[in-house]
Design a protein. Sequence first.
Length: 552
Amino acid sequence: MMRPDLDRFIAGWRGPLLAALVALLAGLPVLMLMPPLDRDESRYAQATSQMLESGDYVDIRFQDDPRWKKPVGIYWMQAAAVAATSSVENRDIQPYRIPSILGAMLAAAACAWAGAAMFGQRAGFLAGAMLGATFLLSTEAGIAKTDAMLCAAVTLAMAGLARIYLATRAGEAPRRPHKLAFWLGIGLSILIKGPIGLIVVVPAILLLSLWDRDVKWLMRLGWGWGLPLVALIVGPWAIAITIATDGGFWREAIVGDLAPKIAGGHESHGAPPGYYLLGALVMFFPVTLMLPAALSTGWHRRAEPAVRFLVCWLVPAWLIFELTPTKLAHYTLPTFGGLALLAAAALTRPIGPVSRYTGAVLSVVGGLAIVLLTVFGLTEFGRSTAQGWATLTIVFAALAALIGAFLLLHRAAVAAVLVAVALGILAHAGLAGTIRQLKPLAIAPQLQQVLERADLHPRQGRPGPVAITGFHEPSFVFLTGRGTELTDAEGAARALSEGRPVIVEARDADAFSAASAELGVTGRAVGVVNGHNYSRGDDVSLTVYAPSGTTP
């Protein structure tokens, strides 16, 4: 157990602050080390950069195409982060990731804040630390997307709701700051990802009211000023985008994006029910060892108001995500706060033998899965530079799993969690470094390096934009700018005739040669990049051509 002097150290505001620090340490390696990811992250970052370049902060676009899938919240946050710490011309991905790591820190702090009211300061800190260290949140913390900030918004809303619920159950008047936290979290979640946050909050409220056979507590949420606050947060942009797009944003967001995900496996992301339950072995690592105890606590202590609240937070939303045909690993992240709090609740009492032994086994299985994934990545795509990072990942993941399991089996559950969290953070840092060194996966950065070495990059004052065939990933657009031409062999030949650099994928080489001969132009090959396009699952070979007449 934690010593009394350490209990005093995490008392009050210090517990949430330290939990946020754990989330910062866990997410920072991903933020700093990972190159721009090919698909979603780079779409978000490029759309944000275009906001900064154009001064249009209402209409969201990727190059000339409308990006009407998600609301504007994360783009505004990224734009503010870039404006404050960098410049859009630098094309560094790290500033765009700052809102995500702040979101992870807020989620951990909100979880600790809720846990302190539910189970005491110690359990609150442990819950926030466990959430911040999970592989899923700490990975999303370093990626410029919506999910870490959505987790923060939902966790903040649920933390405020928990405080309101527990106060009403105790016959006390809910405090206004707790209501403010709830409504701010709701408004922020809508501005970031539309109705997704409500998929967690609303079923929790409904199930809790049915379980208690009491809806009177809902009258204490502050509807009279809470709903106007949400409208104030979301409304101005919603009105502006409706006018700017003549309603097109809502048609695309609902009919083009949300509805297909509900109807079937959208964009080849389908999976059967049970996907998230199995994935939790890795996604909740390094505290996978606490999963059985958390679930046991939710069942055996369900009569306790705090535990009942957490069950209502976790179960209905998790089932909805499991039953939705389209599945991505991060979808269940807004429920992880409830899961971490159940795990912290389990730590307030002795953990039974079934949960201890099962947790130890799951800890080893989760650690083994990470080890095997690392070995696979190193074997398939690694170079000598990746071996050191991979060794760190393997060693610390194994130690987190094994030592955590050992301590849990010997009834030192709190120590098991603390050791697993510390070693898991080191393992996660090693994994980020390993992925960075898997050069065949980092195609866009390698192409940019070839362009810069050949003095062909538009930022170096050369004619542009760059034209590219085959590899049409947003990461390359982000690194080379909005004007980047995603084209075919004939388009690449035309670009070469206009004196612009072109990049041709091997499958387009013959058609490119024929089109170039027809136009009477020649190019000089200045480099070749071979790699694996992980978004499409195929190998690519890309040749960079300089226009004839340029000096080598």
